[in-house]
Design a binder for this molecule. Structure first.
Ligand SMILES: CC(C)(COP(=O)(O)OP(=O)(O)OC[C@H]1O[C@@H](n2cnc3c(N)ncnc32)[C@H](O)[C@@H]1OP(=O)(O)O)[C@@H](O)C(=O)NCCC(=O)NCCS
Length: 156
């Protein structure tokens, strides 16, 4: 059994300034760009925890609560909610910050499952994650329920 690591050791914050190249025709950041950033932030947290390369195996549904306008900052906060064996659930919270108006809004949240790979590209066992705070313990419990749902969908 691998030694556990606290959630706090792999918490990741990743930010990107919304630039015109990534805008839709209304001048807001494309939803697909936000999903791309969510995948990157989640993968960094997963790799930082597993200390191995990881691949995304599933992304749960995502909602967009507010548009991100060009010129605003997108901030992604990712942490490992729970490790199963070779897979782990990572939660990513997306907020936008308007730097001049000093406004911060929660725009999306997503749960992603990453699988760690060994030197031959096969799934590799990951160290357990140790939830310490009340919030981390709640996410750990909820992640178990979400996994059952995901694997049920996969079987179907
Ligand atoms: C990830 C991958 C290596 C897993 O291979 P596999 O043959 O399905 O391996 P397994 O069945 O042993 O599953 C590995 C783990 O993933 C989990 N898993 C597989 N499919 C899943 C899904 N849809 N949702 C959640 N977990 C899933 C399994 O439960 C298992 O977890 P555990 O070891 O913690 O119990 C393989 O599916 C793959 O290479 N996928 C492409 C990944 C990729 O390229 N992603 C980038 C986007 S294109």
């Amino acid at each position: 059994m691998l030694e556990g690591r606290p959630v706090r050791e792999s918490i990741t914050e990743y930010s990107e300034f919304a630039l015109p190249n990534d805008a839709n025709h209304l001048g807001n950041l494309l939803g697909g760009k936000v999903m791309h950033l969510v995948d990157i932030a989640g993968a960094i947290a997963a790799m930082r925890h597993a200390r191995r390369p990881v691949v995304t195996v599933s992304i749960d549904s995502m909602s967009f609560l507010h548009p991100v306008h060009i010129g605003q900052l997108v901030i992604l906060r990712a942490s490992v909610n729970r490790v199963f064996r070779t897979s782990m659930e990572v939660g990513v919270k997306v907020v936008m910050e308007d730097l001049t108006a000093a406004v911060v809004k929660h725009t999306s949240s997503a749960y992603l499952t990453f699988v760690a790979l060994d030197e031959n590209g096969n799934p590799a066992e990951v160290s357990p994650v140790i939830p310490e705070t009340t919030e981390e313990k709640r996410r750990f419990e909820d992640a178990g329920r979400r996994r059952e749902h995901r694997l049920g969908l996969r079987r179907r």
